[in-house]
Ligand binder design. Structure first.
Ligand code: NI
Length: 220
């Protein structure tokens, strides 16, 4: 048996089998909902986020159940692909069948609701477990995987790879997305563990961009 602490320190009993069932069902749900999505924003992205989040949770004292569930559900409520209001209603309805304690349900909804990063939006994530999932999601957006994902998403949106008319700064091209978002993520990590992991991924992107522009100008 396992316990979670609710409001006022009240202990809520939660059966371990029930937890395992929720994780199993959430995995199934994420696989179904994210199948056939834009490559890089599909189930395999969620799979990577779960693995990274679990690793961070261990080092940073996060509740493993909440972190794993949050990571599994994090992209079902994504402003880029779905109607946020509709997705939230759907997630709450899905959680209803487990008769979870209200605090736990609120926590899960809070994580799923606040996970997405938009450069002009404030980060409203209040839960440590949510911050861990956010870090894992951000880590998967940078480095070698991040580079693969930005061009995959650009293709999906029919964006140009690059156009010299925009110089190297923010632009509606895939290269522009590095300057608009990806190069800023290293400094947005919440946990020490993620900050450390972000270093080499960030440096790899900088090296990649240097090579990209050098080739673009025919220097190499
Ligand atoms: Ni994600």
């Amino acid at each position: 048996m396992d316990y979670i602490i609710g409001f006022g320190g009240k202990k809520q009993l939660i059966n371990k089998m029930n937890k395992n069932k929720i994780i199993k069902d959430a995995t199934k749900l994420a696989k179904i909902k994210l199948a056939g999505g834009c490559p890089g924003h599909d189930w395999l992205h969620t799979y990577r986020v779960v693995e990274i989040a679990k690793k961070i949770a261990k080092a940073e004292n996060g509740d493993p159940f909440l972190v794993e569930l949050g990571a599994l559900l994090h992209d079902l409520y994504d402003w880029k692909f779905t109607d946020p209001k509709l997705a939230k209603i759907k997630i709450n309805k899905w959680l209803d069948k487990y008769k979870l304690d209200l605090v736990l349900k609120e926590k899960i909804a809070h994580i799923v609701e606040n996970i997405s990063f938009h450069y002009d939006r404030k980060n409203n994530m209040k839960l440590w477990e949510g911050k861990i999932v956010q870090d894992a999601d951000r880590l998967d957006a940078i480095g070698a995987i991040g580079i693969a994902r930005v061009f995959s998403y650009g293709g999906y949106k029919k964006r140009l790879i690059y156009d010299p008319i925009f110089k190297k700064k923010i632009s509606p091209t895939s290269i522009g997305h590095f300057y608009e978002k990806l190069l800023l993520l290293k400094d947005k990590m919440n946990t020490k563990t993620a900050k450390k992991m972000a270093e080499s991924r960030h440096n790899f992107m900088k090296k990649y961009l240097k090579q990209f522009f050098s080739e673009w100008e025919g220097k190499q």
